[in-house]
Design a protein around this ligand. Structure first.
Ligand code: ZN
Length: 134
């Protein structure tokens, strides 16, 4: 099953928790055991798996911004001034793959699925692919 939804981000950099949306799609898929891919078809956003805690979300954004500061002399900035967001997407990655066990995402207690926006505000597509045995 392949399904997608949209997220409208509100800031240039933002972490948006999308676990519930993904879990709804997994439940609807009818897959009991298999894999779920959560993917963003974007070059300046990413998907990560970590703890949904407000201060940690802030820490993630601060670390991404310090690792990939805006306007640090990147070549791509000659085109559209968002090279830092592209670089962050390269290093964080545009997807996560998770096991589906017993019809549910097999995630750890402190693992939530989060979209990391680095060039917002924009409308982002999130594609979820659920594969496995019904
Ligand atoms: Zn660009």
């Amino acid at each position: 099953m392949i399904e997608e939804f949209q997220i409208s981000t509100k800031s240039r950099e933002e972490v948006v928790v999308i676990t519930r949306r993904v879990e709804e799609i997994v439940a609807k898929s009818g897959v009991k055991n298999g894999l779920a891919l959560v993917y963003v078809p974007h070059a300046t956003a990413a998907v990560v798996l970590n703890e949904d805690e407000p201060r940690l979300r802030e820490d993630i954004l601060n670390k991404v911004k310090s690792l990939f500061p805006r306007g640090a002399g990147y070549r791509h900035d000659e085109i559209d001034h968002n090279a830092n967001a592209h670089l962050a997407s390269v290093f964080l990655g545009p997807f996560v793959v998770m096991p589906v066990v017993g019809g549910r995402l097999a995630r750890g207690t402190w693992q939530d699925v989060m979209l990391v926006e680095m060039d917002g505000p924009r409308t982002r597509r999130v594609v979820v692919v659920v594969l496995g045995q019904a």
